[in-house]
Ligand binder design. Structure first.
Ligand SMILES: Cc1cc2nc3c(=O)[nH]c(=O)nc-3n(C[C@H](O)[C@H](O)[C@H](O)COP(=O)(O)O)c2cc1C
Length: 155
């Protein structure tokens, strides 16, 4: 099963850490949405959209990327990390998937080290996150998703 994950991970690379753990479980191409390379998402069996949560929401460049390149009907999943609270979580990418008729396979999220703004003064929060347990949960999430897709068991 060929998977692409289109991501933005700038604060501490927390989201990328989660994606790299998932990539140990199968063939995943990690596509940085800011890298401006040509993409052909139609070649993949499923597509992940991934981001840190910034200002209570998914990063806008991931959403723009999805609006532009996500093929209609492609199975999708969402991955995000957050410091304290998920905010709206995957609501915006889910809306885009809905508009394009893409079945949603699921989402994985966990906390990520956060030193944004005044938090830096206290050494940040969620230090050490994602931790080894969360990375194992991420691998397990992707294993499950892969199995369901390979069995044709999509929503
Ligand atoms: C500009 C900015 C805004 C953020 N806003 C939120 C937020 O609204 N809620 C939250 O829980 N964490 C927030 N965070 C923390 C990040 O979501 C968290 O550190 C995340 O793991 C970053 O992912 P990344 O390292 O992949 O970029 C913010 C961080 C930054 C830099």
């Amino acid at each position: 099963m060929k998977t692409a994950v289109c991501y933005y991970s700038r604060h501490h690379g927390n989201t990328l850490k989660v994606l790299r753990a998932m990539a140990q479980e199968g063939e995943i191409d990690l596509i940085d949405v800011t890298a401006r390379r040509a993409v052909h998402l139609e070649e993949y069996d499923c597509v992940g959209l991934a981001s840190g949560i910034y200002g209570f929401a998914f990063e806008k460049s991931v959403l723009e990327f999805a609006r532009r390149y996500l093929p209609a009907g492609k199975p999708v999943f969402f991955v995000y990390t957050y410091g304290v609270a998920k905010g709206e979580g995957a609501k915006s990418p889910a809306a885009i998937a809905g508009e394009k008729g893409c079945p949603i396979l699921g989402e994985f999220s966990c906390r990520g080290y956060d030193t944004f703004g005044p938090l830096r003064l206290v050494g940040g929060i969620a230090k050490g996150r994602p931790d080894t347990g969360e990375l194992e949960s991420a691998r397990s999430f992707f294993r499950g998703l892969k199995k369901r897709l390979e069995q044709g068991n999509t929503p």
